[in-house]
Design a protein around this ligand. Sequence first.
Ligand code: CU
Length: 436
Amino acid sequence: MVRTWTFNGSLPGPELRVRAGELLRVDFENGLPAPTSIHWHGIAIRNDMDGVPGFTQRAIAPGARFLYEFTVPDPGTFFHPHAGVQLDRGLYGVLIVEDPADQGRYDREAVVVLDDWTDGIGETPDRILARLKANGMEHAGMPGMDHSMAGMDHDMAGVPDQAKPSTPLGDDTGDIRYPLYLVNGRQARSPATLSARPGDRVRLRIVNAAADTAFRLALGGHRLTVTHADGYPVRPVTGDALLLAMGERYDAIVQVQDGVFPLVAVAEGKAAQALAVVRTSRGTAPRATANLKELRRRLLTVDDLQATAGADLGPVAPKRTHRLVLDGNMRTHRWAINGHTMHGGAPLRVREGERVRLVFENRSTMFHPMHLHGHTFQVRRTGDRVPGPRKDTVIVRPTERVVVDFDAGNPGRWMLHCHNAYHAAGGMMTELVYER
Ligand SMILES: [Cu+2]
């Protein structure tokens, strides 16, 4: 039992479900002792509903209400607050936007929300941030954090080799080692159960709601067929495991066998894992430290995905290109875009109707899941004529260059930032503005 901040007292928050094209109305009342707002992550909505306090709306004061009301244009997604590191408490939920054109070639759905957890057992997110800023370095395994976790019963004991650092995201995958990693709000020792019938085709809607942790997910004894990235359809591709950074969502279909199976999400590079149980018949639940060979087989990443014809933006030449150099380090905890922190640089200007290209260049030793508000972009792999998936959050690995294109079709002021909550709070954010 922990004390934390949530939506409607549950973790994850209540599941909201609408169809694309419908009007969503959410009457939000702030019962927290701090100002907040809700960001509808990944949905290209009206600018004044985007929920960035002090930017697209005034922060909602403790005790105050705010009516969110907007038409939901595209399938997706999840929601969370957009005030500092509040996401690293329990303030997140899943908003599922159904696609009316979806053929529904599956028997049931299961939502899988991944999270890294400290609030109420380790330090509060605000204390972690204050210390990161004060000391600079707060690296996994550094004495300060170990001290704060002393005596706590966390999931790291006896974790198999699969969870040891070795990662496509580089050697340095996070600033914070958490006491717990969760699936659907539950720790591996008392895991969430996803029930189905043997032979069912289950559509997993997987969300990484963590603040500082990428996950590698696999289901024991099964392969996963990825069908959607950040809500948009991709050409189905099958692999053994799937990599998700913070803010990313993937849908995958799995045909479940008869039995009880571990669904493992390894906290990438952090020597720990989260667990849920997929159950189609009676039997003993898997161990919290279940070791899956699937995690070491074919790992699907954004590089394997390609938008379907319907989701493809088409080969229009960009009218303008913005280059974004990502830099920073844990020593100073200063994370910059083009040398500036916290909107300090010139905004990225676009004009309505233009095709715009963003070129991310990562000069730091950590990966950054870069997220654009109000739009979705298409990943263009360097030197590759085949376009990648439609997304709103894309991993930029250390020293990597990632090119994305989008159509400027939603006027307003929009945030562009790293979805590592601590990197964003450390300055890695800028804004996109429409000029007349
Ligand atoms: Cu980052």
